[in-house]
Design a protein around this ligand. Sequence first.
Ligand code: ATP
Ligand code: MG
Length: 234
Amino acid sequence: MSQLELLDVSKHYKSGSELVRAVDSVSLTLSAGELVGLYGPSGSGKTTLLLLGAGLLTPDSGRILFDSRDIGRMGNRQRARYRLREVGFVTQSFHLMPRASALDNALIKLPAAGLTLQQARARTTGWLERVGLGARIDYPVERLSMGERQRVAIARALVNEPHLLLADEPTGNLDSSRTREILGLVRDICHERSVPGLLVTHDPEAMSFVDRVYTLRDGRLSDGLHAELAATPS
Ligand SMILES: Nc1ncnc2c1ncn2[C@@H]1O[C@H](COP(=O)(O)OP(=O)(O)OP(=O)(O)O)[C@@H](O)[C@H]1O
Ligand SMILES: [Mg+2]
């Protein structure tokens, strides 16, 4: 049963003479099978928090445990393996290769994760179909719409069948019926596969898909949705 625990975690950036408390003494547990919503205004530390959970940043203080393993104390190889095999991360900017097809973009992690190219292609095709891109599998990404690119990025985060799902505004470019479809997919994956999920969003519609909600403001986490913050676009 997967679980992510952040124990009194802080991450501060120095920008000139200014100290930015991007994440400030945050404690949070994501249990197996629950999807947690994270709201907060632009610059409140949401992406930083996800990067910490993904092992892409190390905290200045505090501990981050995935299944009781301390991510901060992992060696480079172990941390790379954690990111590759256990984490599904839908990043805020998609980082797709424009000339490569939707399929090649979405399967990029799989050969490194131990699948043959043929297995990787079959599995990735299935996920691209599930996010509604069955007719665009061989299209170069540069010819896809922004919403379609977003869905490639979502498929890429899911193909390794992660044990932890981190999604940074995964529906920012989608219309409301696609948004509901993708949020439903993310929720179902968390529930059916007992995967903990953290979903950064500004979309009030996401409220009905998540199991609980936190608000981040100036790096500090509080329970519940602070309505005035939810409406702030990033
Ligand atoms: N590498 C960095 N160096 C200095 N400051 C940084 C760095 N990365 C982020 N910050 C600052 O940390 C704060 C939190 O940034 P973060 O990207 O986590 O915010 P966010 O909540 O994801 O915002 P948005 O909704 O706009 O995506 C911001 O004030 C940002 O300027
Ligand atoms: Mg962000």
